[in-house]
Design a binder for this molecule. Structure first.
Ligand SMILES: [Zn+2]
Ligand SMILES: [Zn+2]
Length: 105
């Protein structure tokens, strides 16, 4: 593999984007391996000098993943399901009382 920046033989790949870089062009960037809560605080396991290509831009702040939120169900589909459920439940309950009445008499 060749360096993304100068096309000489690469010495490693960026921890963030996967680009290959040579020793001269390689940079370092802190990389958080894991964040875990303890005693009400958040602790992180991090590598201080993870290999960074210098091209990609790891975000210094969290990015809101609003596009991963649950997909919106059309209101029409919800209304159809809500309307179907009660009618289906009515049939069995209507049939049961007749049998119990007969056994009581
Ligand atoms: Zn290079
Ligand atoms: Zn990179």
């Amino acid at each position: 593999m060749q360096c993304w920046i100068c096309a000489s033989p690469a010495n490693g790949t960026c921890r963030f984007c996967g680009r290959a870089v040579c020793r001269e062009d390689a940079k370092t960037h802190p990389f958080v391996l894991e964040v875990y809560p303890s005693d009400g605080n958040l602790y992180g396991l991090a590598v201080e000098d993870a290999l960074h290509c210098g091209v990609c831009k790891p975000r210094p702040e969290p990015v809101l993943m609003d596009f991963l939120a649950s997909p919106k169900v059309p209101n029409d589909a919800k209304a159809l399901n809500a309307a179907k459920a009660p009618t289906a439940a009515k049939a069995p309950t209507a049939a049961k009382p007749r049998k119990t009445k007969k056994s009581d008499e």
